[in-house]
Design a protein around this ligand. Structure first.
Ligand code: TLP
Length: 354
């Protein structure tokens, strides 16, 4: 039985072509700036995102942290959305290692922050206040079901932030998914922000890595922060080579993942016991919830036994992510399995009620 793993696009394995490129990669010591494969990946990434320079890091979490450390000083305040990955899933690193306070404004269902609310929490100069120095955005938005934010919105947010002396960092872990969904180049989505990072090891299927991009001056400072965190990786071309193949081969296929996510959302929305709005699925993430009489953790456990892997819910919501290793027929199989497990639970619930 092939397991349909919908936990995350992070589980994608490198392709044969990536493994070959990794084996053959030209290498050097990247801390001396001498790894040609890393240098090429950084240059290509910067060009794709419309920035001057790039910095290869081991993970999206490190890219976001390096960006925060580079834009801020300890004691600063950073504005993030209440649903931001930086707030939820990065182990409190901004506070623990950057010494900054995260100030939240509510994230809308569409992944945006209301700009009036952002403006309202920017601190004026006052002897009592920490300086607000950074605004963080996320595109696509993970906890908002892969919602995309447009270039126009990002430009307005940056205009507001820059006017008040704040820098803007974009967590673009899945920015190429956003670019495909919106039909615009990724550079268009990133051009107004001061820094942006994307991940190679999610929907792009490379085994490791993320690239942080910004101005030459910003990246020079960021490089030092990465070193401070222990992220100077020496012959990192071994992994960067997989990333270069990902850029060559994976961008054009992301639309398939979005189609499969749409197929999954449509199937789920028609299923008894499940609440899913297919209109909200625009990239590769599907969010759904279960009727209140279906216990989510046992439901997910039962699905896992039946060959469909999902993560446990966050609150009442379950996330399913499509990726290169999930075909349309796998989506159909997952739907059939979810349907039959749901029938078991609904029958159990109604016989308990008798
Ligand atoms: N997200 C992971 C988990 O951490 C939740 C996932 O499975 O989706 N920004 C965003 C928007 C992300 O979704 C992630 C990973 C990261 C940053 C961090 O990337 P990594 O896992 O490479 O540190």
């Amino acid at each position: 039985m092939k397991v349909v793993d919908l936990r995350s696009d992070t589980i994608t394995l490198p392709t044969e072509e990536m493994r070959r490129a990794m084996y053959q990669a030209e290498l050097g010591d990247d801390v001396y700036g001498e790894d040609p494969t890393v240098n090429l990946l950084e240059q290509r990434s910067a060009a794709l995102l419309g920035k001057e320079a790039g910095l290869f890091t081991p993970s999206g979490t490190m890219s976001n942290l390096v960006a925060i450390l580079t834009h801020t000083r300890p004691g600063d305040e950073v504005i993030v959305g209440s649903e931001a990955h930086i707030l939820w899933y990065e182990v409190g690193s901004a506070a623990a290692l950057g010494g900054v306070m995260l100030r939240t404004v509510p994230t809308g269902e569409d992944g945006r922050l209301d700009l009036e609310q952002v403006a309202a929490v920017i601190r004026p100069e006052d002897i009592h206040f920490p300086p607000t120095t950074l605004l963080c955005l996320e595109n696509t938005h993970n906890r908002c079901g892969g919602a995309v934010i447009t270039a126009e919105y990002t430009a307005s947010a940056c205009e507001l932030a820059h006017r008040q002396g704040l820098a803007v960092h974009l967590d673009g872990a899945r920015i190429f998914n956003a670019a495909v969904a919106l039909g615009v180049p990724a550079a268009h989505l990133a051009s107004p922000v001061d820094s942006v990072c994307y991940c190679l090891s999610k929907s792009l299927s490379a085994p490791v890595g993320s690239v942080l991009c910004g101005s030459v001056e910003f990246i020079a400072r960021a490089r030092k922060k990465r070193k401070m965190l222990g992220g100077g990786m020496r012959q990192a071309g071994v992994i960067a080579a997989g990333g270069l193949v990902a850029l060559d081969t994976m961008l054009d296929r992301l639309a398939q993942d979005h189609e499969n996510a749409g197929r999954l959302a449509a199937g789920l929305s028609a299923m008894p016991g499940i609440d899913c709005s297919p209109g909200k699925t625009v990239t590769n993430i599907v969010m759904f919830s279960l009727l209140s009489n279906v216990p989510p953790r046992p439901f997910v456990d039962r699905l896992r036994e039946s060959g469909v892997k999902l993560n446990y819910p966050s609150g009442s919501r379950i996330r399913a992510v499509t990726h290169r290793m999930v075909e349309a027929e796998d989506v159909d199989r997952a739907l059939a399995t979810i349907h039959s497990v749901m029938q078991e639970f609904l029958k159990g619930a109604s016989s308990n009620a008798l």
